[in-house]
Design a protein around this ligand. Sequence first.
Ligand code: LLP
Length: 462
Amino acid sequence: MSRIAHPAGPRHGDVLPADYPPAPPADLNALHPGIWPRGAWRSGGVLMLGGMDVRDLAAEFGTPLYVCDEQDVRSRCRDYLEALGPGDRVCYAAKAFCCRAMLRWVSSEGLGVDVCTGGELEVALAAGVPPENIALHGNNKTVDELSRALSAGVGDIVVDSFEEIARLAYLTEESAARPNVLVRVTTGVEAHTHEFMATAHDDQKFGFSLASGAAEEAVRRVIASPGLSFAGLHSHIGSQIFDTAGFEVAAQRVVGLAVRIRDEHGIEIADLDLGGGFGIAYTEEDKPPEVMELARRLGAIVDGQCQAAGLARPRLTVEPGRTIVGPSTVTLYTVGTIKDVDGLRTYVSVDGGMSDNIRTALYDASYACALASRASSAPPVLCRVVGKHCESGDIVVRHAYLPSDLAPGDLLAVAATGAYCREMASNYNHVPRPAVVAVSAGTARTIVRRESIDDLLRLDVG
Ligand code: LLP
């Protein structure tokens, strides 16, 4: 097969990025730290994850396969706890990746769990997360979801709308439950991230606007409801954010609101939840802020703000999802077909695609990938890693340099797929969703089973 080592340039009317082609990396076999799991290395050229040879994982569990390094997850939980103050709290945002094993790990490390639907709540309860360590979010919680949260004894409910305050007030009228309620505030901060991941500007669906006075009105209504215990304020400015200034401004504005609440009601907030949203590195170009440093800085800002306002320092909560689980997981694919589009790039088709990772298609996300089943010293070729779905937007990695001797049957590893990949997976084209395997100290076990065609047909009752 003739494959171009360096593309001659764009053709075929493609709209190409200004920096096309990206520069090839110095070493195709290198695993850039910060992108791959902390326990990843190459042994004899083969990628090892949690002490397991990826060829053995593929042989035993099949591909595509999400391989999650348990120790990586646990170490990131510990980083957060170390960075925050002793009375502060870290809640893992289950939406990033939610299954019982994952929630057990984070819970056993001392984290709480934030859930945003009744489904996530049931997984957390089934995992044995103490209900008082669970926080329920969501912009449209149903009466059933709220009732379940109340009967289960969920620790915090973060209210997002006036309707929800009324529903909760009604549900608690004749019950003994007196839930802790936090009011979700949209602070008007402009987060520098993809439009679909920004949540603090006023023109979107989440929360009560600070600027319009809705947030203060929501607090009034919660305080006026005898069945509700007003615990504090919540702000989440968005996701995959690198610029720390947004968090700082949001923290200042929410503390400002806390001062006004004290002045109006004589009540000091017990809880201040600054949400999640800290970014991770998907490629070598990404330079996210150091999580421990960021968490420390947030703590210091809240300390300083509260001190200046004469406010007792509330308990600070952060709700990271991506930074806990994102870097822990690698998706293993088997290369199926390879097609050169002369002068432009090489298309490498793998056995999964947009059904196991929709993020490239949805957010134009970038990923790093590498030949995993062997090392190669062949020259780099500019490739696009694509899936097996019936549309040309089915792209897993838009730009990837892979060795020119790449061949069908090789294993390809895509890094940092722990957050929002299995969680947003679909059955498009009736492709069963892959398994998730946890690796740790040279052992591997399935934590989420691979779907089978029988699973898909079971729901098809016609
Ligand atoms: N807390 C709240 C209230 C949230 O809405 C979110 C994420 C988090 C915490 C966790 O944010 P993280 O630390 O993971 O950034 N599907 C998108 C991400 C959507 C995030 C939604 N909310 C993606 O694939 O990038």
